[in-house]
Design a protein around this ligand. Sequence first.
Ligand code: NAD
Ligand code: ZN
Length: 349
Amino acid sequence: KEFETTYPDENYTVHVGHGIFKETLNLYTSRYEDVFYIIDENVHHAFKNTVLKDIEDPVIAKPGEAAKTAEAFIGIVESLLGRGIKRSSLVVVIGGGAVGDAGGFAAAVTLRGVDFIQVPTTLLAHDSAIGGKTAINSRHGKNLIGAFHRPSGVIYDLDFLNTLPESEILSGFGEVYKHALLDSEKAANELMEQTAHGVEAADLEDSIIKGIRTKMRYVTEDEFESGSRKYLNLGHTLGHAIEYEYKIQHGHAVMLGLYAMMFISNEQSESRIFDLEAHYTYLSNLGYPMELLGTLDSGRMLKHMKHDKKNISDASVGFILMDKDFEPFFTEINTDEMVKYIGALKESL
Ligand code: NAD
Ligand code: ZN
């Protein structure tokens, strides 16, 4: 399947399917005199004798988050320059969200910007490869050094997911579920039913495509995050705090953050928008560490949330909730209220 972004200009195509990598990539590479590849080390290892076999002299990036340190990043840029990259070259970035972010940022700043293609290889990267945000990490926090740089195309070959460890599938599914919630109540319920007995990447093709469409809708409406793009942070404010506190995977933390969002949405609206019991059972059965919610320390959570670059005020925390019509909205929750909600959430479990 293929779909086009709907920005006013400089649109690009997102290609999704099985076994589409080589043929689709050729459509792009044939337009450039030279092409440079940045590949996640684990992905290179898994596919170097098959689908990546003809790629000569790729820049191998450290796997995952290790690619996003300043040192690793400069290493990538210097390797591109050492190989003779020109302003007119094409960069192809193959990997999960981390190498996608670092490689995209390398393309954004090398020679002040060269064209690049994203080739996401994880489930989570159905999210990160769309939207044109690129970044590496700072000593002061994640993703604090970066740029907006739209790719010239995204090629999502779902066959890459075959070698992905189960825990990475579960983590990526956190974002798939978030996109379903943002899509509609019906989409979320259907996804929940469909995955009641486990998450298999092979069953998710439709939900992945819907998720990409949902993400695309928000990022084309509001590329630079002055309004509705914020809604993509659903589950993430508390999710990030949980991720830092317990050092669990991003998508696992987001799932816990989504559950907390459901709880607070119900409380604020004094109605039962979400069936919390059903969600708790569903998410624990899938293997998310729901029991951690019972150990949240509201003081530490608030401290982490205030560190989040998206939270500027001291007295309150910006939070995305959902209303009775299943529409997301932005609200400020003050510190006392937040302590109260976290306490009530713990008691409700
Ligand atoms: P990741 O890129 O760290 O990859 C996870 C692990 O899987 C790594 O060890 C990697 O080497 C390995 N891997 C990747 N593809 C594989 C495959 N096909 N087979 C086997 N192993 C494979 O993790 P992720 O969850 O994809 O991405 C997380 C990153 O995405 C974070 O750095 C986050 O900040 C970023 N992100 C960016 C955006 C954005 O809009 N730019 C959005 C969300 C997340
Ligand atoms: Zn996320």
